[in-house]
Design a protein around this ligand. Structure first.
Ligand code: PEP
Length: 270
Protein backbone atom coordinates (compact mmCIF):
# COMPACT_ATOMS: atom_id res chain seq x y z
CA UNK A 1 0.00 0.00 0.00
CA UNK A 2 1.29 3.47 -0.90
CA UNK A 3 1.66 5.40 2.35
CA UNK A 4 1.64 9.15 2.89
CA UNK A 5 3.67 10.99 5.50
CA UNK A 6 3.12 14.72 5.78
CA UNK A 7 5.44 17.03 7.73
CA UNK A 8 3.63 20.07 9.11
CA UNK A 9 6.36 22.47 10.18
CA UNK A 10 3.81 25.01 11.43
CA UNK A 11 5.41 28.41 12.19
CA UNK A 12 8.93 26.99 12.58
CA UNK A 13 12.17 27.00 10.57
CA UNK A 14 14.41 29.77 9.24
CA UNK A 15 15.98 29.75 5.78
CA UNK A 16 19.26 28.44 7.20
CA UNK A 17 17.53 25.80 9.32
CA UNK A 18 15.60 24.64 6.28
CA UNK A 19 18.80 24.26 4.24
CA UNK A 20 20.33 22.11 6.97
CA UNK A 21 17.13 20.10 7.27
CA UNK A 22 17.03 19.16 3.59
CA UNK A 23 20.74 18.37 3.58
CA UNK A 24 20.19 15.96 6.46
CA UNK A 25 16.95 14.56 5.07
CA UNK A 26 18.55 13.87 1.68
CA UNK A 27 20.62 11.10 3.31
CA UNK A 28 17.48 9.08 3.95
CA UNK A 29 14.67 10.51 1.88
CA UNK A 30 13.96 7.87 -0.77
CA UNK A 31 11.13 5.51 0.04
CA UNK A 32 9.74 3.02 -2.45
CA UNK A 33 6.22 2.95 -1.11
CA UNK A 34 5.70 6.31 0.57
CA UNK A 35 4.70 9.73 -0.64
CA UNK A 36 6.60 12.19 1.55
CA UNK A 37 5.18 15.70 1.78
CA UNK A 38 6.77 18.71 3.49
CA UNK A 39 4.60 21.70 4.42
CA UNK A 40 6.87 24.64 5.29
CA UNK A 41 5.69 28.14 6.25
CA UNK A 42 4.45 30.08 3.18
CA UNK A 43 7.52 32.32 2.70
CA UNK A 44 9.74 29.23 2.41
CA UNK A 45 7.66 27.55 -0.29
CA UNK A 46 9.70 28.68 -3.27
CA UNK A 47 13.04 27.67 -1.78
CA UNK A 48 11.60 24.42 -0.44
CA UNK A 49 10.18 23.63 -3.89
CA UNK A 50 13.68 23.34 -5.30
CA UNK A 51 14.79 20.97 -2.53
CA UNK A 52 11.65 18.86 -2.81
CA UNK A 53 12.11 18.54 -6.59
CA UNK A 54 15.72 17.41 -6.09
CA UNK A 55 14.72 14.85 -3.46
CA UNK A 56 11.66 13.61 -5.32
CA UNK A 57 9.34 14.49 -2.45
CA UNK A 58 6.17 16.57 -2.55
CA UNK A 59 5.57 20.11 -1.41
CA UNK A 60 2.55 21.10 0.66
CA UNK A 61 1.16 24.34 2.05
CA UNK A 62 -0.37 24.85 5.49
CA UNK A 63 -3.29 26.98 4.33
CA UNK A 64 -4.97 28.50 1.28
CA UNK A 65 -7.69 31.05 0.55
CA UNK A 66 -10.83 30.28 -1.45
CA UNK A 67 -10.60 33.20 -3.89
CA UNK A 68 -8.18 33.12 -6.81
CA UNK A 69 -7.17 36.81 -6.67
CA UNK A 70 -8.28 40.18 -5.31
CA UNK A 71 -8.25 42.48 -2.31
CA UNK A 72 -7.68 39.89 0.42
CA UNK A 73 -4.69 41.20 2.32
CA UNK A 74 -2.49 38.49 3.77
CA UNK A 75 -4.22 35.61 2.05
CA UNK A 76 -2.71 33.23 -0.50
CA UNK A 77 -4.34 32.17 -3.76
CA UNK A 78 -4.63 28.48 -4.65
CA UNK A 79 -3.39 29.41 -8.13
CA UNK A 80 -0.21 30.90 -6.72
CA UNK A 81 0.40 27.79 -4.61
CA UNK A 82 0.00 25.65 -7.70
CA UNK A 83 2.36 27.95 -9.58
CA UNK A 84 5.01 27.48 -6.89
CA UNK A 85 4.90 23.71 -7.26
CA UNK A 86 2.67 22.97 -4.28
CA UNK A 87 0.75 19.69 -4.61
CA UNK A 88 -0.95 19.30 -1.22
CA UNK A 89 -2.58 21.78 1.11
CA UNK A 90 -3.67 21.38 4.74
CA UNK A 91 -7.15 22.75 5.28
CA UNK A 92 -9.06 23.11 8.54
CA UNK A 93 -6.15 22.31 10.85
CA UNK A 94 -7.41 22.60 14.43
CA UNK A 95 -5.00 25.48 15.08
CA UNK A 96 -6.64 27.41 12.21
CA UNK A 97 -10.07 26.56 13.57
CA UNK A 98 -9.08 27.52 17.12
CA UNK A 99 -7.02 30.69 16.58
CA UNK A 100 -8.28 32.03 13.25
CA UNK A 101 -11.99 31.30 13.41
CA UNK A 102 -11.97 28.81 10.57
CA UNK A 103 -15.44 27.29 10.39
CA UNK A 104 -16.65 24.18 8.56
CA UNK A 105 -18.13 26.52 5.97
CA UNK A 106 -14.75 28.19 5.32
CA UNK A 107 -13.10 24.79 5.20
CA UNK A 108 -15.60 23.66 2.57
CA UNK A 109 -14.95 26.71 0.38
CA UNK A 110 -11.20 26.29 0.66
CA UNK A 111 -11.39 22.60 -0.26
CA UNK A 112 -13.46 23.38 -3.35
CA UNK A 113 -11.04 26.13 -4.45
CA UNK A 114 -7.99 23.95 -3.83
CA UNK A 115 -9.38 21.13 -5.94
CA UNK A 116 -10.30 23.55 -8.71
CA UNK A 117 -6.69 24.77 -8.75
CA UNK A 118 -5.39 21.19 -9.01
CA UNK A 119 -4.19 20.91 -5.41
CA UNK A 120 -4.82 17.92 -3.17
CA UNK A 121 -6.60 19.08 0.03
CA UNK A 122 -5.76 17.38 3.29
CA UNK A 123 -8.81 18.09 5.44
CA UNK A 124 -8.17 17.95 9.17
CA UNK A 125 -10.99 16.79 11.42
CA UNK A 126 -11.12 15.77 15.06
CA UNK A 127 -12.76 16.22 18.42
CA UNK A 128 -11.64 18.41 21.33
CA UNK A 129 -10.97 17.00 24.80
CA UNK A 130 -14.37 18.07 26.08
CA UNK A 131 -16.04 16.49 23.07
CA UNK A 132 -14.10 13.29 23.70
CA UNK A 133 -15.13 13.28 27.36
CA UNK A 134 -18.78 13.82 26.49
CA UNK A 135 -18.72 11.02 23.91
CA UNK A 136 -19.27 13.38 21.01
CA UNK A 137 -16.43 12.16 18.76
CA UNK A 138 -18.73 10.44 16.28
CA UNK A 139 -21.04 13.50 15.99
CA UNK A 140 -18.14 15.91 15.53
CA UNK A 141 -16.57 13.79 12.80
CA UNK A 142 -19.90 13.47 11.04
CA UNK A 143 -20.55 17.23 11.24
CA UNK A 144 -17.09 18.18 9.99
CA UNK A 145 -16.94 15.64 7.16
CA UNK A 146 -20.50 16.24 5.94
CA UNK A 147 -20.06 20.02 5.93
CA UNK A 148 -17.09 19.72 3.58
CA UNK A 149 -18.20 16.80 1.44
CA UNK A 150 -21.74 17.98 0.80
CA UNK A 151 -20.36 20.69 -1.50
CA UNK A 152 -18.33 18.26 -3.64
CA UNK A 153 -19.19 15.95 -6.50
CA UNK A 154 -17.74 12.42 -6.54
CA UNK A 155 -14.80 13.37 -8.79
CA UNK A 156 -13.84 16.18 -6.41
CA UNK A 157 -14.37 13.97 -3.35
CA UNK A 158 -11.81 11.48 -4.65
CA UNK A 159 -9.11 14.17 -4.47
CA UNK A 160 -9.60 14.75 -0.75
CA UNK A 161 -7.36 13.23 1.90
CA UNK A 162 -8.77 13.18 5.42
CA UNK A 163 -6.50 13.60 8.41
CA UNK A 164 -8.10 12.47 11.66
CA UNK A 165 -6.43 14.64 14.29
CA UNK A 166 -7.99 14.60 17.75
CA UNK A 167 -7.39 18.14 18.99
CA UNK A 168 -6.36 16.88 22.43
CA UNK A 169 -3.62 14.73 20.88
CA UNK A 170 -1.94 17.52 18.93
CA UNK A 171 1.36 18.50 20.53
CA UNK A 172 0.30 16.97 23.86
CA UNK A 173 2.14 13.65 23.83
CA UNK A 174 -1.21 11.92 24.36
CA UNK A 175 -2.66 9.68 21.67
CA UNK A 176 -5.71 7.54 21.19
CA UNK A 177 -5.09 3.81 20.76
CA UNK A 178 -4.65 2.35 17.30
CA UNK A 179 -8.04 0.65 17.77
CA UNK A 180 -9.78 3.95 18.53
CA UNK A 181 -8.24 5.59 15.46
CA UNK A 182 -9.26 2.62 13.35
CA UNK A 183 -12.85 2.98 14.56
CA UNK A 184 -12.97 6.63 13.51
CA UNK A 185 -11.38 5.79 10.14
CA UNK A 186 -14.08 3.18 9.57
CA UNK A 187 -16.74 5.74 10.49
CA UNK A 188 -15.26 8.16 7.93
CA UNK A 189 -15.32 5.44 5.27
CA UNK A 190 -18.95 4.66 6.08
CA UNK A 191 -19.84 8.37 5.81
CA UNK A 192 -18.13 8.57 2.43
CA UNK A 193 -20.06 5.50 1.36
CA UNK A 194 -23.36 7.11 2.38
CA UNK A 195 -22.48 10.41 0.69
CA UNK A 196 -20.88 9.02 -2.49
CA UNK A 197 -20.19 5.37 -3.27
CA UNK A 198 -18.68 2.22 -1.90
CA UNK A 199 -15.70 2.71 -4.18
CA UNK A 200 -14.95 6.16 -2.76
CA UNK A 201 -15.46 4.80 0.76
CA UNK A 202 -12.85 2.16 0.03
CA UNK A 203 -10.37 4.38 -1.84
CA UNK A 204 -10.36 7.59 0.21
CA UNK A 205 -7.03 8.20 1.88
CA UNK A 206 -7.14 8.64 5.65
CA UNK A 207 -4.21 9.69 7.81
CA UNK A 208 -3.81 9.92 11.56
CA UNK A 209 -2.23 12.97 13.21
CA UNK A 210 -1.53 13.92 16.84
CA UNK A 211 1.73 13.29 18.73
CA UNK A 212 2.94 10.73 16.20
CA UNK A 213 6.56 9.73 16.83
CA UNK A 214 8.96 7.10 15.48
CA UNK A 215 8.06 5.01 18.54
CA UNK A 216 4.28 4.93 18.12
CA UNK A 217 3.72 5.43 14.38
CA UNK A 218 3.31 1.75 13.58
CA UNK A 219 0.28 1.59 15.84
CA UNK A 220 -1.51 3.97 13.47
CA UNK A 221 -0.20 2.79 10.13
CA UNK A 222 -0.30 -0.98 10.56
CA UNK A 223 -4.01 -1.13 9.77
CA UNK A 224 -5.31 -1.30 6.20
CA UNK A 225 -7.87 1.44 7.01
CA UNK A 226 -5.19 4.11 7.42
CA UNK A 227 -2.68 5.33 4.85
CA UNK A 228 -0.11 7.22 6.89
CA UNK A 229 0.40 10.14 9.23
CA UNK A 230 0.32 13.91 9.50
CA UNK A 231 3.22 14.87 11.73
CA UNK A 232 3.96 18.10 13.59
CA UNK A 233 6.73 18.14 16.20
CA UNK A 234 8.47 14.95 15.12
CA UNK A 235 8.79 16.26 11.57
CA UNK A 236 11.01 19.18 12.62
CA UNK A 237 14.02 16.92 12.96
CA UNK A 238 15.01 15.43 9.60
CA UNK A 239 16.40 12.19 11.05
CA UNK A 240 13.44 11.70 13.33
CA UNK A 241 11.02 12.24 10.45
CA UNK A 242 12.93 9.80 8.31
CA UNK A 243 12.88 7.13 11.06
CA UNK A 244 9.20 7.79 11.59
CA UNK A 245 8.51 7.11 7.91
CA UNK A 246 10.53 3.92 8.04
CA UNK A 247 8.88 2.71 11.27
CA UNK A 248 5.51 3.56 9.75
CA UNK A 249 6.06 1.13 6.92
CA UNK A 250 8.09 3.21 4.48
CA UNK A 251 10.55 0.98 2.64
CA UNK A 252 13.84 2.65 1.85
CA UNK A 253 14.99 2.52 -1.74
CA UNK A 254 18.09 0.29 -1.84
CA UNK A 255 20.35 3.00 -3.29
CA UNK A 256 19.38 5.39 -0.51
CA UNK A 257 20.19 3.09 2.40
CA UNK A 258 22.90 4.59 4.53
CA UNK A 259 26.10 2.74 3.84
CA UNK A 260 27.09 0.32 6.59
CA UNK A 261 30.58 1.44 7.49
CA UNK A 262 31.18 -1.15 10.22
CA UNK A 263 34.66 -2.66 9.58
CA UNK A 264 34.55 -6.30 8.47
CA UNK A 265 36.36 -8.97 10.45
CA UNK A 266 37.48 -12.35 9.26
CA UNK A 267 35.12 -13.96 11.75
CA UNK A 268 32.11 -12.41 9.95
CA UNK A 269 32.45 -14.98 7.19
CA UNK A 270 32.97 -18.04 9.37
C1 PEP B 1 -0.33 18.64 13.77
O1 PEP B 1 -0.30 19.77 14.22
O2 PEP B 1 -0.88 18.40 12.66
C2 PEP B 1 0.28 17.58 14.54
C3 PEP B 1 -0.03 16.35 14.27
O3 PEP B 1 1.14 17.97 15.53
P1 PEP B 1 1.97 17.02 16.53
O4 PEP B 1 2.50 15.87 15.72
O5 PEP B 1 3.03 17.88 17.08
O6 PEP B 1 1.00 16.54 17.55
Amino acid sequence: MQRIFIANWKMNMSVAEMETYFQEFSKNSDFDNAEVVVCPPMPLLSLAAQHCAELGIALGAQNVFWEEAGAFTGEVSPLLLKDLGVQYVLIGHSERRQYFGETDQYVGRKVKAAIKAGLRPVVCVGESLIELRTNRTEDVIEEQISAVMRGLDPIEARRVIIAYEPVWAIGSGMTPTGEQVKEVALQIRKLMGDLFSLKIARDIKILYGGSVSPDNVDEFTASYVLHGALVGNASLDANKFSSLIQNGGGIRTASNQQEDTTPLHEGDFA
